[in-house]
Design a protein around this ligand. Structure first.
Ligand code: PMP
Length: 364
């Protein structure tokens, strides 16, 4: 015995999280396309709201995020009583895992699903079962095959990060229908605002029609507020009650709530961002393909370019960095041969396309 405090062994089963870099040595103006942030920054109304609330930064915020929940309810036609807000959707994901999982239980996700599910589950002492995918898309039958009596939670990011793939609403419904009723299905719709497909349901219908489904959403992507940390969950009342017991009292700061309300009210923001994203994504995908690289279809605000080998992806990454561009080689997701590239402004997209073109000609 060393006599020193020792953390639970589960804590050491996860590496410390390393976020996307925002600086490159010797580069003044970095083009950061590594964290799927909104292309246009925060909505102007949110910037004004943040400035305004600075003067009351000494006050604790409303611990129930009442006005924010009302604003989300109005915007998305949802009952505010069934909404819980959090310090980013990561906060809510971790709370769901802590509340419904625990040592010896299991979480099911797809092979290249969002990494935070695995990190939070391991910290909670859970086992993680990853289902094989088909064409980098979650395979519902394979996920169902991973469910055992120890399964407490099933996570599906739809669209998924880092693949950008979407599971059709009918398949998501089938997943829910075939799950045991005591297994919680979490539908992570962080990229919902970008989806154009008419048959898409981010999860609202399934939350409304059952007791074992939660939808999580974020202000970090289209609403441009990744830096203030704001997410929300829509859930049956019994799950709302659980989250309200397990969350910290002030897990949404006053500035985050004010910025979120203003962002929801920004006229034309969603339409402008979505239209830009769809057009710029199509154009960038075509340019990357012309440069000689495969691109996976994406419904989100990023593209996954497949460079075929990890070495080639690393070389492309180095080349982009030499041009001041930061993208993400997604080795941590088991895809070291791929670069995930956020859809930025037109200028940023054309700069990254030029750089990949150049890489293709010289190193292809
Ligand atoms: N879910 C998915 C699928 C994501 O890609 C992200 C952010 N990368 C999150 C959740 C977490 O977002 P935040 O905590 O910023 O709300």
């Amino acid at each position: 015995m060393s006599g020193l405090p020792t953390a639970r062994p589960a804590v050491f089963s996860v590496p410390p999280y390393v976020g996307g870099e925002s600086r490159l040595d010797g580069v003044n103006r970095v083009i950061k396309l590594s964290s799927n942030e909104g292309a246009f920054g925060p909505p102007p109304g949110a910037i004004a709201a943040l400035t305004e609330v600075a003067a009351i930064a000494h006050r604790y915020p409303d611990g129930g995020a009442t006005s924010l929940r009302a604003a989300i309810g109005r915007r998305f036609c949802l009952d505010p009583a069934r909404i819980v807000c959090g310090n980013g959707s990561d906060d809510l994901i971790a709370l769901l895992i802590q509340s419904y999982g625990g040592p010896g239980t299991e979480l099911v996700m797809s092979r290249h699903g969002f990494l935070i599910y695995e990190i939070a589950a391991r910290l909670a002492g859970m086992n993680v079962r990853k289902a094989p995918e088909r064409n980098l898309t979650a395979d519902i039958d394979a996920m169902l095959a991973e469910v055992t009596p120890a399964t407490r939670l099933v996570f599906l990011a739809n669209p998924n990060n880092p693949t950008g793939s979407l599971v059709p609403a009918s398949d998501v419904s089938r997943l829910r229908a075939e799950l045991p009723p005591d297994v919680l299905l979490v539908l992570d719709a962080a990229y919902a605002e970008y989806v154009e497909r008419a048959d898409y349901d981010p999860g609202v219908e399934l939350v409304d029609s059952g007791q074992n489904t939660v939808m999580t959403r974020t202000f970090s992507k289209m609403f441009g507020l990744g830096g203030v940390r704001l997410g929300w969950a829509y859930a049956p009342l019994a799950i709302v009650d659980v989250l309200n017991r397990t969350r910290m009292p002030f897990n949404v700061s006053g500035p985050a709530a004010a910025a979120g309300i203003a962002a929801l009210d920004e006229p034309g923001w969603v339409e402008r961002c979505r239209n830009h994203n769809t057009r710029a994504r199509t154009e960038l995908a075509a340019r990357i393909e012309r440069a000689g690289f495969r691109v996976w279809p994406s419904e989100a605000n990023f593209l996954l370019a497949d460079l075929e080998t990890a070495d080639r992806a690393a070389a492309a990454d180095t080349h982009l960095r030499s041009r001041g561009i930061i993208v993400r080689q997604v080795a941590a997701y088991g895809l070291p041969q791929c670069l995930r590239i956020t859809i930025g402004t037109d200028e940023e997209c054309s700069t990254v396309a030029d750089a990949l073109d150049d890489f293709g000609q010289n190193h292809g």
